[in-house]
Design a protein around this ligand. Structure first.
Ligand SMILES: *Cc1c(COP(=O)(O)O)cnc(C)c1O
Length: 228
């Protein structure tokens, strides 16, 4: 399949998952994860109508984005070190994996210096012991409260990466849990927290059934990483 067919197929599968869950297909956005793939691959998908692309390394993005079509929207989906924040804010509009007050404050300071406004999602380690990044659920309310006082950063929702399992039914409970936590924290904080960034190539349909509003799909769109 070429890039157009891959994109069409992923959109179709998102639409079918929405139908099963009684959701509108417009309620789910697709972030095409282009890490390790070059500007040509991005350009082909952009020509097929994809607007939002995701990267997880600042240096790679700095080299790639200037060679890609303009007017695309770039999201940073990886773990971000505070010493890369300034460069990242110059490239990306949305940050999917904010996992500390220190990072949130650095993003706000860089956005202020560059005169922009960012959108950020808090990464939650829903599974507890098994995954490495993300805040423990008990630490999230304090970060949400901090974010509410930073005008350059809109804390728009939550993100999670469940422990990898090739069987998507094994990741479903983590997605359901993130949605429950969102409902609770939205009620407690008054923040809308409308976005749930969850679901990757192996499990995006299950994530949509559980309420995802942003699926981050790489391999299913671009093919295996590290191969042509
Ligand atoms: C690489 C990556 C993805 C995409 O993974 P695929 O399995 O290739 O779809 C999604 N989210 C994050 C945070 C990633 O690092």
């Amino acid at each position: 399949m070429g890039p157009e067919e891959q994109l069409e197929s992923v959109r179709l599968r998102i639409g079918q998952a929405c139908a099963r869950a009684g959701r509108l297909p417009e309620s789910v956005s697709l972030c095409a994860v282009s890490k390790t793939h070059g500007p040509d691959a991005v350009g082909a998908l952009a020509a097929a109508g994809q607007r939002v692309f995701g990267e997880s390394r600042v240096q790679e993005a700095q080299q790639k984005i200037p060679l890609c079509p303009g007017r695309l929207e770039w999201h940073f989906i990886g773990h971000l070190q505070t010493n890369k924040v300034r460069q990242a804010v110059a490239l990306f509009s949305t940050f999917h994996a904010v996992d500390s007050a220190r990072l949130l404050e650095a993003l706000h300071a860089a956005a202020d210096a560059q005169g922009v406004r960012l959108r950020a999602f808090v990464e939650v380690n829903v599974s507890g012991e098994r995954s490495k990044f993300g805040l423990a659920p008990e630490d999230v309310p304090a970060l949400l409260a901090r974010g509410a006082s930073l005008p350059r950063v809109e804390l728009a929702g939550l993100m999670t990466i469940p422990p990898f399992d090739p069987d998507p039914e094994q990741t479903r409970p983590y997605f359901a849990r993130l949605r429950e936590l969102r409902d609770r924290w939205a009620g407690e904080t008054g923040l809308a927290l409308t976005e749930l960034s969850m679901g990757m190539s192996t499990d995006f349909e299950v994530a949509v059934e559980e309420g995802s509003t942003w699926v981050r799909v790489g391999t299913t769109l671009f093919g295996e990483r590290g191969k042509a």
